[in-house]
Design a protein around this ligand. Structure first.
Ligand code: ADP
Length: 247
């Protein structure tokens, strides 16, 4: 199977410090691929390099056959790479529906003023926002300010913002962080549903979720890939157990 994303020899340095060293992996289309590892292992930096927030020092990232190594984040969004981002002050002051519509219009190339003035040309973004509200189970709170949602609802909205532009690959950064058991279950189901149409890359600390949901797991340790494989192999790997013992 041809990989949707090919990462080769990716290295990210901050000054002399190597946060990500020579990381390579392939992302199979339609798979759920988790990146795990102890704190400081380089997971977030790797995510940032793959989504265009941080420029790598060396190596390459190829998406659907195209070299995107040096493309900025917004160009990657247009190509089909989505990323969850926190409900910032901009989104917090808007309703849930407006937040989703704004995220949709980024791909559609419509302006912020247009979305706020409910211009008719925004119909495609509005339709996509409705679709996402239903998918996320946030229909009941569509007219509430995003900043007033419960923690679990806000995290679901963050996933929705990542999906707005109908990405082919979506990067979700700790989607269940700080959630109670019911919300975790809802997000687990949501991720499975997302993976029916989209490749999912997760940073996730909840091992029950990681082991239950992933097709492939990449374990990072001290900036490098320690091991990669299916959940059963990762669970049984002595090196992985050792890496976590130091935490
Ligand atoms: P993880 O997400 O696995 O916890 P990070 O990618 O956040 O790991 O961090 C990896 C290492 O890189 C850490 O030692 C962290 O202190 C360092 N680091 C991350 N971002 C920066 C930065 N902007 N400048 C300097 N060091 C950084």
């Amino acid at each position: 199977m041809t990989a949707i994303l090919e990462v080769r020899g990716l290295t990210v340095k901050f000054g002399d410090f190597v946060a990500v060293r020579d990381v390579s992996f392939d992302l199979a289309p339609g798979s759920i691929h988790s990146i795990i590892g102890p704190n400081g292992a380089g997971k977030t930096t790797l995510f940032n390099a793959l989504t265009g927030r941080v420029m790598p020092t060396a190596g390459s990232v190829t998406f659907a056959g195209r070299d995107i190594t040096r493309l900025p984040m917004h160009r990657r969004t247009v190509l089909g790479i989505g990323r969850s981002f926190q409900v910032t002050s901009l989104f917090a002051a808007m309703t849930v529906r407006q937040s989703l519509a704004l995220a949709c219009q980024r791909k559609l190339g419509l302006g912020l003023l247009g979305i706020l003035s409910r211009d008719r040309s925004l119909a495609p973004a509005a339709a996509r926002a409705d679709e996402l509200l239903a998918f996320l189970g946030l229909g009941d709170v569509a007219e509430r300010k995003s900043g007033e949602l419960s923690h679990g609802q806000q995290r679901r909205l963050e996933i929705g913002l990542a999906l707005a532009a109908r990405p082919q690959v979506v990067f979700l950064d700790e989607p269940t962080a700080g959630m109670g058991i019911d919300d975790i279950d809802a997000v687990r189901r949501l991720i499975r549903e997302i993976a029916r149409t989209c490749t999912v890359v997760l940073i996730e600390h909840n091992m029950a979720i990681v082991m239950g949901i992933s097709d492939t797991i990449t374990v990072m340790f001290q900036g490098e890939v320690l091991v990669e494989g299916p959940p059963d192999a990762i669970r049984a790997d002595r090196r992985v157990q050792m890496a976590y013992l130091g935490e």
